[in-house]
Design a protein around this ligand. Structure first.
Ligand SMILES: C/C(=C\CNc1ncnc2c1ncn2[C@@H]1O[C@H](COP(=O)(O)O)[C@@H](O)[C@H]1O)CO
Length: 258
């Protein structure tokens, strides 16, 4: 049977193309549909990873702040996000957000006002949506999954204010990565017990109660109400991770007593 090889792909019968990849590439007057074909998308995906890694390589220690794109400046959580970002900057952290409006804008504003590094990892959306005015280092991603990976790779912890589906997506992705040990356990801090309390109770009641997660998985989440508590929880969580990396126990001692 006649076979045709395209790199690692074996093609037979009707799958054999009428022309080669090179011939199609060199052919005049082609339409641009091929630019949207999946193999070409892989190149875009690669390019987006390269751009992201390049732009963030020298960032240094950073914390991501998530929350609703719809929170208005007059909402108390807007000021809270600003205060948390300022406190992070005072402790030499860069602040990373999704670069959009609402809580993202508030956190970027707090970082800039405190003279820190304010990062926005934006996402291309079907409606016009620029980066907020307080982003000093911004990258606009086409692909959600690449952007999500950048948050995890370049953050030492996540602080999550009230939000909608986008915020929940970011929260549960972080928890899943920690639970499955794809990343070192890093702090995930929920701010505003009034907002998150019902969800946390449901997780305890249903997910722990019915054996969908382990009771220890609850330790991955800390719920706080103030900027000071958020900072404290992040610092504590980060030093716990550092201790783990250095082989220390929960009290900061090494097994050999050093
Ligand atoms: C919906 C509106 C603007 C959307 N613009 C966004 N820009 C950047 N990042 C966004 C945007 N919307 C959602 N995100 C990401 O999800 C989280 C917030 O989503 P939620 O559903 O509002 O909770 C946020 O942390 C971003 O990373 C104009 O109203």
């Amino acid at each position: 049977m006649k076979s045709y090889r395209r790199g690692p792909v074996l093609l037979r019968g009707d799958q054999i193309p009428k022309s080669t990849t090179d011939a199609r590439l060199l052919a005049p007057n082609q339409d641009s549909d091929w630019l949207h074909a999946d193999p070409w998308r892989v190149m875009r995906i690669q390019a987006e990873f390269v751009e992201g890694f390049g732009a963030l390589a020298d960032l240094g220690p950073a914390v991501s702040i998530f929350g609703s794109a719809r929170t208005k400046p007059e909402n108390a959580n807007y000021q809270l996000a600003t205060d948390i970002a300022a406190k992070l900057v005072e402790h030499d952290f860069s602040v990373i957000t999704g670069g959009g409006p609402g809580i993202m804008e508030a956190a970027n504003k707090g970082a800039v006002d405190a003279k820190g590094i304010s990062v926005g990892l934006g996402i291309e959306l079907p409606f016009e949506q620029g980066m907020n005015d307080y982003v000093d280092l911004g990258i606009n991603f086409r692909y959600f999954f690449i952007r999500k990976m950048m948050f995890v790779k370049y953050s030492l912890g996540f602080i999550v204010l009230p939000g909608g589906f986008g915020t929940l997506d970011e929260l549960f992705e972080a928890l899943t990565l920690v639970q499955t040990r794809k990343v070192m356990s890093f702090p995930v801090v929920l701010v505003d017990s009034g907002y998150w309390g019902g969800l946390v109770d449901w997780i305890k009641d249903k997910q722990v109660g019915e054996g969908m997660i382990s009771p220890e998985d609850m330790d991955l989440i800390t719920v706080v109400d103030t900027a000071e508590e958020a900072l404290e929880a992040i610092l504590k969580g980060i030093s716990a991770v550092a201790d783990k990396v250095n082989g220390k126990d929960e009290d900061g001692n090494r097994p050999n007593g050093t």
